[in-house]
Design a protein around this ligand. Structure first.
Ligand SMILES: C[S@@+](CC[C@H](N)C(=O)[O-])C[C@H]1O[C@@H](n2cnc3c(N)ncnc32)[C@H](O)[C@@H]1O
Length: 221
């Protein structure tokens, strides 16, 4: 189902569709949960949460199990998780990508441990790494978009969904839409079956836990 998000007083800066580079760039400059802070110290403080550290430990363990020496994360946003991955797996060559030019430019100077690259999942080829990480970016593309993306990826993909939609989540989404009719379009939420359908033609999946989240390790059929 379609997902909507209310940016309150910043709604005009974001516009009516969040899933555009300009809109996500604007969101990264707003104070709040999505922000990419201006200084390294503030950025480190924001990323210092037990949840991100636990997810990073599990990602590092999955990379070790697969013998991966390099990892590319797509749609990194403010890259709090990836900073924790760099701490948990300092031996891993880390590439961070997003389609937001301003945020990518700022992140490049904050994050010298990683190679930070502007990259659009829809049009750019996969980066040359042993393991691809897709952390909470499943909502960003429609079904046809993902079905065009997954076949291009040959190495394993660790996919951590933002949400596995339940009937309760769906009811909340509808209620939010009624209460806040001017919310921005913010992609798509899917249940487990709809999610699996996105890669079923080309990939098998192994369910696993990444920190407190359900995740899937996708390997080529
Ligand atoms: C919900 S945020 C998740 C950010 C981060 N992975 C996290 O978990 O906090 C989705 C991210 O995907 C990025 N994104 C959306 N569409 C994209 C595309 N076509 N190519 C690359 N990145 C994209 C957005 O810029 C945004 O940073």
């Amino acid at each position: 189902m379609r997902h909507f998000y209310d940016f309150g007083s910043a709604a005009a800066r974001v516009g009516d569709d969040l899933v555009r580079p300009e809109a996500w760039d604007a969101v990264r400059e707003l104070p709040g949960p999505f922000e990419l802070p201006a200084s390294r110290a503030e950025w480190e403080a924001k990323a210092e949460t037990p949840e991100l550290r636990a997810r990073a430990r599990d990602i590092a363990a999955a990379a070790t199990r697969l013998g991966a020496r390099s990892l590319c994360s797509y749609g990194v946003g403010n890259a709090g998780l990836e900073l924790c991955v760099a701490g948990a797996a300092p031996h891993l060559r880390l590439v961070c990508t997003d389609f937001t030019p301003r945020t990518v430019g700022r992140l490049r100077s904050l994050f010298p441990e990683a190679e930070v690259v502007e990259h659009d999942l829809r049009t750019d080829p996969p980066r040359d790494v042993d393991l691809h990480l897709m952390h909470r970016i499943d909502a960003e593309l429609a079904g046809a978009g993902w079905k065009a993306v997954f076949p291009r990826y040959r190495e394993p993909i660790l996919l951590v969904p933002a949400l596995l939609l339940t009937w309760v989540d769906a009811a909340k989404e509808v209620a939010r839409r009624v209460r806040k009719p001017r919310s921005a379009r913010a992609g798509y939420f899917r249940n487990e079956e709809a999610l699996r359908d996105l890669w079923a033609e080309t990939h098998e999946d192994e369910p696993l836990r990444i920190g407190e989240l359900d995740a899937f390790l996708l390997t080529r059929r």
